[in-house]
Design a protein around this ligand. Structure first.
Ligand SMILES: [Zn+2]
Ligand SMILES: [Zn+2]
Length: 310
Protein backbone atom coordinates (compact mmCIF):
# COMPACT_ATOMS: atom_id res chain seq x y z
CA UNK A 1 0.00 0.00 0.00
CA UNK A 2 0.97 3.65 -0.36
CA UNK A 3 0.02 6.41 2.09
CA UNK A 4 -0.53 9.81 0.55
CA UNK A 5 -0.86 13.25 2.14
CA UNK A 6 -1.24 16.53 0.30
CA UNK A 7 0.29 19.44 2.23
CA UNK A 8 -1.41 22.28 0.39
CA UNK A 9 -3.30 23.33 -2.70
CA UNK A 10 -1.79 26.76 -3.37
CA UNK A 11 0.27 28.00 -6.30
CA UNK A 12 2.62 31.01 -6.47
CA UNK A 13 2.56 31.97 -2.80
CA UNK A 14 1.27 30.59 0.50
CA UNK A 15 -1.89 32.29 1.77
CA UNK A 16 -3.12 32.47 5.38
CA UNK A 17 -5.63 29.71 4.65
CA UNK A 18 -3.89 27.86 1.81
CA UNK A 19 -0.47 26.20 1.99
CA UNK A 20 1.60 25.66 -1.12
CA UNK A 21 1.15 22.45 -3.07
CA UNK A 22 3.45 19.63 -1.87
CA UNK A 23 2.80 15.92 -1.65
CA UNK A 24 4.05 13.28 0.79
CA UNK A 25 4.13 9.57 -0.13
CA UNK A 26 5.03 6.75 2.23
CA UNK A 27 5.50 3.04 1.65
CA UNK A 28 7.32 0.39 3.65
CA UNK A 29 8.53 2.93 6.20
CA UNK A 30 10.08 5.23 3.58
CA UNK A 31 8.71 8.74 3.07
CA UNK A 32 9.28 10.98 0.09
CA UNK A 33 8.34 14.59 -0.46
CA UNK A 34 7.49 16.15 -3.80
CA UNK A 35 8.13 19.90 -3.92
CA UNK A 36 8.70 22.21 -0.99
CA UNK A 37 7.65 25.82 -1.38
CA UNK A 38 7.76 28.39 1.34
CA UNK A 39 6.18 27.18 4.58
CA UNK A 40 6.12 23.48 3.67
CA UNK A 41 7.83 22.56 6.95
CA UNK A 42 4.92 24.08 8.91
CA UNK A 43 2.28 22.39 6.81
CA UNK A 44 4.18 19.11 7.14
CA UNK A 45 4.06 19.46 10.95
CA UNK A 46 0.31 20.02 10.78
CA UNK A 47 -0.06 16.75 8.84
CA UNK A 48 1.36 14.77 11.77
CA UNK A 49 3.75 12.82 9.52
CA UNK A 50 7.24 12.32 10.90
CA UNK A 51 10.29 13.86 9.21
CA UNK A 52 12.77 11.23 10.27
CA UNK A 53 12.03 8.50 7.70
CA UNK A 54 12.37 10.79 4.68
CA UNK A 55 14.83 9.35 2.16
CA UNK A 56 13.96 11.35 -0.93
CA UNK A 57 12.89 14.85 -1.94
CA UNK A 58 11.75 15.35 -5.53
CA UNK A 59 11.56 18.78 -7.12
CA UNK A 60 9.39 19.23 -10.18
CA UNK A 61 11.10 22.49 -11.21
CA UNK A 62 12.94 25.50 -9.84
CA UNK A 63 10.21 28.08 -9.33
CA UNK A 64 10.16 29.50 -5.79
CA UNK A 65 6.74 28.06 -4.91
CA UNK A 66 8.27 24.59 -5.37
CA UNK A 67 11.74 24.98 -3.85
CA UNK A 68 11.99 27.97 -1.49
CA UNK A 69 11.12 25.83 1.53
CA UNK A 70 14.01 23.42 1.00
CA UNK A 71 16.41 24.86 3.64
CA UNK A 72 13.69 24.63 6.27
CA UNK A 73 12.93 21.03 5.35
CA UNK A 74 16.62 20.08 5.49
CA UNK A 75 16.84 21.70 8.91
CA UNK A 76 13.73 19.82 10.09
CA UNK A 77 15.21 16.50 8.97
CA UNK A 78 18.35 17.32 10.98
CA UNK A 79 16.22 18.25 13.96
CA UNK A 80 14.42 14.89 13.71
CA UNK A 81 17.79 13.21 14.42
CA UNK A 82 18.06 11.76 10.95
CA UNK A 83 21.54 10.42 10.18
CA UNK A 84 20.82 8.26 7.12
CA UNK A 85 21.45 9.85 3.70
CA UNK A 86 18.81 11.94 1.92
CA UNK A 87 18.66 12.27 -1.86
CA UNK A 88 17.23 15.27 -3.70
CA UNK A 89 16.02 14.53 -7.25
CA UNK A 90 15.23 17.29 -9.70
CA UNK A 91 15.79 18.60 -13.23
CA UNK A 92 19.10 19.83 -14.64
CA UNK A 93 20.52 22.59 -12.43
CA UNK A 94 19.33 21.02 -9.18
CA UNK A 95 22.89 20.46 -8.00
CA UNK A 96 23.69 24.18 -8.32
CA UNK A 97 20.40 25.15 -6.73
CA UNK A 98 20.94 22.91 -3.71
CA UNK A 99 24.51 24.11 -3.35
CA UNK A 100 23.30 27.72 -3.24
CA UNK A 101 20.56 26.98 -0.71
CA UNK A 102 23.04 25.01 1.45
CA UNK A 103 24.78 28.30 2.34
CA UNK A 104 22.12 28.85 4.99
CA UNK A 105 22.08 25.24 6.24
CA UNK A 106 25.76 24.32 5.89
CA UNK A 107 26.00 21.61 8.53
CA UNK A 108 23.69 18.60 8.41
CA UNK A 109 24.05 15.36 10.40
CA UNK A 110 23.23 13.28 7.33
CA UNK A 111 24.73 12.97 3.87
CA UNK A 112 22.82 15.02 1.28
CA UNK A 113 22.98 13.65 -2.25
CA UNK A 114 21.70 15.28 -5.40
CA UNK A 115 20.56 13.32 -8.43
CA UNK A 116 19.60 15.24 -11.57
CA UNK A 117 16.97 13.45 -13.64
CA UNK A 118 15.47 13.85 -17.10
CA UNK A 119 12.34 13.05 -19.07
CA UNK A 120 12.25 9.33 -19.89
CA UNK A 121 14.25 8.32 -16.81
CA UNK A 122 13.08 5.37 -14.74
CA UNK A 123 14.52 4.56 -11.36
CA UNK A 124 13.69 2.67 -8.21
CA UNK A 125 13.36 4.68 -5.01
CA UNK A 126 13.69 3.40 -1.43
CA UNK A 127 10.67 1.27 -0.49
CA UNK A 128 10.59 -0.24 -3.99
CA UNK A 129 8.67 2.64 -5.60
CA UNK A 130 9.34 2.76 -9.32
CA UNK A 131 9.67 6.34 -10.52
CA UNK A 132 8.96 7.38 -14.08
CA UNK A 133 9.81 10.88 -15.29
CA UNK A 134 8.20 12.95 -18.05
CA UNK A 135 9.29 16.41 -19.15
CA UNK A 136 6.24 18.66 -19.39
CA UNK A 137 5.54 22.11 -20.82
CA UNK A 138 6.10 25.05 -18.45
CA UNK A 139 8.11 28.25 -18.75
CA UNK A 140 11.21 26.47 -17.47
CA UNK A 141 12.18 22.78 -17.43
CA UNK A 142 9.56 20.96 -15.39
CA UNK A 143 9.08 17.25 -14.67
CA UNK A 144 5.98 15.17 -14.01
CA UNK A 145 6.36 12.06 -11.87
CA UNK A 146 4.59 8.75 -11.63
CA UNK A 147 5.22 6.28 -8.82
CA UNK A 148 4.36 2.61 -9.15
CA UNK A 149 4.49 0.01 -6.45
CA UNK A 150 4.59 -3.42 -8.09
CA UNK A 151 3.01 -6.41 -6.39
CA UNK A 152 4.61 -9.83 -6.38
CA UNK A 153 2.67 -12.89 -7.51
CA UNK A 154 0.88 -14.80 -4.78
CA UNK A 155 2.39 -18.05 -3.50
CA UNK A 156 -0.30 -20.73 -3.67
CA UNK A 157 0.15 -22.69 -0.46
CA UNK A 158 -2.67 -25.09 -1.27
CA UNK A 159 -0.94 -26.13 -4.50
CA UNK A 160 2.37 -26.56 -2.67
CA UNK A 161 0.66 -28.68 -0.03
CA UNK A 162 -1.21 -30.81 -2.51
CA UNK A 163 2.04 -31.55 -4.32
CA UNK A 164 3.73 -32.46 -1.06
CA UNK A 165 6.46 -29.85 -1.36
CA UNK A 166 8.20 -29.49 2.03
CA UNK A 167 7.70 -26.13 3.76
CA UNK A 168 11.44 -25.41 3.90
CA UNK A 169 11.42 -24.85 0.12
CA UNK A 170 8.49 -22.44 0.09
CA UNK A 171 10.42 -19.25 0.76
CA UNK A 172 12.72 -19.76 -2.23
CA UNK A 173 9.81 -20.71 -4.47
CA UNK A 174 7.90 -17.66 -3.28
CA UNK A 175 10.88 -15.52 -4.32
CA UNK A 176 10.63 -16.98 -7.82
CA UNK A 177 13.49 -19.51 -7.52
CA UNK A 178 13.14 -23.04 -8.93
CA UNK A 179 14.20 -25.69 -6.40
CA UNK A 180 15.38 -29.26 -6.65
CA UNK A 181 14.58 -31.92 -4.10
CA UNK A 182 14.04 -35.65 -4.08
CA UNK A 183 15.52 -35.83 -7.58
CA UNK A 184 12.98 -33.54 -9.21
CA UNK A 185 12.83 -29.88 -10.14
CA UNK A 186 9.93 -27.77 -8.88
CA UNK A 187 9.30 -24.67 -10.94
CA UNK A 188 8.37 -21.53 -9.01
CA UNK A 189 6.22 -20.50 -11.94
CA UNK A 190 3.87 -23.42 -11.27
CA UNK A 191 3.30 -22.32 -7.68
CA UNK A 192 2.82 -18.60 -8.18
CA UNK A 193 -0.54 -17.09 -9.07
CA UNK A 194 -1.18 -14.79 -12.04
CA UNK A 195 0.43 -11.33 -12.26
CA UNK A 196 -1.23 -8.85 -9.91
CA UNK A 197 -1.92 -5.15 -10.34
CA UNK A 198 0.21 -2.77 -8.32
CA UNK A 199 -0.52 0.79 -7.21
CA UNK A 200 0.21 3.92 -9.23
CA UNK A 201 0.18 7.56 -8.10
CA UNK A 202 1.01 10.44 -10.46
CA UNK A 203 1.91 14.06 -9.76
CA UNK A 204 1.57 16.58 -12.59
CA UNK A 205 2.06 20.26 -11.86
CA UNK A 206 3.00 23.50 -13.56
CA UNK A 207 2.37 22.54 -17.14
CA UNK A 208 0.09 22.93 -20.10
CA UNK A 209 -1.62 19.69 -21.09
CA UNK A 210 0.72 17.72 -23.34
CA UNK A 211 -0.05 14.89 -25.73
CA UNK A 212 1.99 12.43 -23.61
CA UNK A 213 0.26 13.12 -20.30
CA UNK A 214 -2.81 10.82 -20.61
CA UNK A 215 -0.57 7.85 -21.38
CA UNK A 216 1.93 8.85 -18.69
CA UNK A 217 -0.71 8.91 -15.93
CA UNK A 218 -2.60 5.96 -17.41
CA UNK A 219 -4.56 3.94 -14.87
CA UNK A 220 -3.11 5.75 -11.88
CA UNK A 221 -5.14 5.00 -8.78
CA UNK A 222 -4.62 8.67 -7.95
CA UNK A 223 -3.64 11.62 -10.12
CA UNK A 224 -2.66 14.82 -8.33
CA UNK A 225 -2.79 17.52 -10.99
CA UNK A 226 -2.54 21.26 -11.10
CA UNK A 227 -5.54 23.43 -11.87
CA UNK A 228 -4.24 26.96 -11.69
CA UNK A 229 -7.48 28.40 -13.07
CA UNK A 230 -11.05 27.18 -12.82
CA UNK A 231 -12.82 27.79 -16.11
CA UNK A 232 -12.45 27.50 -19.85
CA UNK A 233 -12.66 31.33 -20.07
CA UNK A 234 -9.24 31.50 -18.43
CA UNK A 235 -7.57 29.17 -20.90
CA UNK A 236 -5.72 31.99 -22.70
CA UNK A 237 -4.18 33.18 -19.45
CA UNK A 238 -3.31 29.58 -18.51
CA UNK A 239 -1.66 29.12 -21.89
CA UNK A 240 0.44 32.28 -21.50
CA UNK A 241 1.68 31.21 -18.08
CA UNK A 242 2.24 27.52 -18.72
CA UNK A 243 -0.61 26.24 -16.56
CA UNK A 244 -3.99 24.49 -16.89
CA UNK A 245 -7.64 25.18 -16.25
CA UNK A 246 -9.70 22.61 -14.30
CA UNK A 247 -11.39 21.15 -17.43
CA UNK A 248 -7.98 20.45 -18.99
CA UNK A 249 -6.84 18.52 -15.90
CA UNK A 250 -10.11 16.58 -15.93
CA UNK A 251 -9.63 15.71 -19.58
CA UNK A 252 -6.20 14.22 -18.82
CA UNK A 253 -7.77 12.19 -15.98
CA UNK A 254 -10.56 10.98 -18.25
CA UNK A 255 -8.30 10.01 -21.12
CA UNK A 256 -5.80 8.41 -18.74
CA UNK A 257 -8.59 6.37 -17.07
CA UNK A 258 -7.31 7.25 -13.60
CA UNK A 259 -9.19 6.27 -10.45
CA UNK A 260 -9.37 9.65 -8.75
CA UNK A 261 -8.26 13.19 -9.58
CA UNK A 262 -7.13 15.67 -6.92
CA UNK A 263 -6.82 19.26 -8.12
CA UNK A 264 -4.17 21.49 -6.60
CA UNK A 265 -1.93 24.55 -7.24
CA UNK A 266 -4.77 27.06 -7.34
CA UNK A 267 -4.09 30.67 -8.29
CA UNK A 268 -4.13 32.99 -5.26
CA UNK A 269 -6.86 34.90 -7.14
CA UNK A 270 -9.14 31.83 -7.09
CA UNK A 271 -11.09 32.25 -3.90
CA UNK A 272 -13.64 29.45 -4.19
CA UNK A 273 -12.25 26.56 -6.24
CA UNK A 274 -15.29 24.47 -5.24
CA UNK A 275 -17.45 26.69 -7.48
CA UNK A 276 -15.80 25.10 -10.52
CA UNK A 277 -16.19 21.49 -9.45
CA UNK A 278 -19.63 20.75 -10.95
CA UNK A 279 -18.53 21.70 -14.49
CA UNK A 280 -15.26 19.81 -14.06
CA UNK A 281 -17.07 16.67 -12.87
CA UNK A 282 -19.03 16.62 -16.09
CA UNK A 283 -15.75 15.75 -17.78
CA UNK A 284 -14.36 13.49 -15.05
CA UNK A 285 -16.83 12.64 -12.24
CA UNK A 286 -14.22 11.43 -9.75
CA UNK A 287 -12.66 14.89 -9.37
CA UNK A 288 -11.95 16.42 -5.95
CA UNK A 289 -10.22 19.47 -4.59
CA UNK A 290 -7.03 18.05 -3.07
CA UNK A 291 -7.77 17.13 0.58
CA UNK A 292 -5.11 18.83 2.71
CA UNK A 293 -3.48 17.12 5.73
CA UNK A 294 -5.63 14.00 5.32
CA UNK A 295 -3.70 10.76 5.13
CA UNK A 296 -5.17 8.46 2.49
CA UNK A 297 -4.06 4.87 2.19
CA UNK A 298 -4.18 3.32 -1.26
CA UNK A 299 -4.26 -0.48 -0.89
CA UNK A 300 -3.42 -3.04 -3.52
CA UNK A 301 -6.53 -3.91 -5.55
CA UNK A 302 -8.57 -6.88 -4.37
CA UNK A 303 -7.38 -10.08 -5.96
CA UNK A 304 -9.57 -12.57 -7.74
CA UNK A 305 -9.67 -15.99 -6.12
CA UNK A 306 -6.86 -17.98 -7.67
CA UNK A 307 -8.19 -21.21 -9.22
CA UNK A 308 -6.80 -24.38 -7.72
CA UNK A 309 -4.39 -26.37 -9.88
CA UNK A 310 -4.66 -30.15 -10.32
ZN1 LIG B 1 4.04 26.65 -9.22
ZN1 LIG C 1 6.17 27.01 -12.00
Amino acid sequence: MIDVCLLGTGGMMPLPDRWLSSLLLRTGGHTLLIDCGEGTQISWKLSGWSFNDTDSILLTHHHADHVAGLPGILYQLAHSMRTDPVTIYGPMGTEALVEALRHIVPRLPYQLRVHEIFGGDRLVLPGGLELEVLEVSHRITCLAYSFSLPRSREFQRDVAESRGIPVEYWKRLQAGEDVEYDGRVVRADDLLGPPRDGIKVSMVTDTRPTSELPQFVRESNLLVCEGMYGTEEERVRADERGHMVFPEAAEIARRGRVGELWLTHFSPAMQSPEDHLPATREIFPNTFLGPVHETRTIPFPEQDIVPRHE
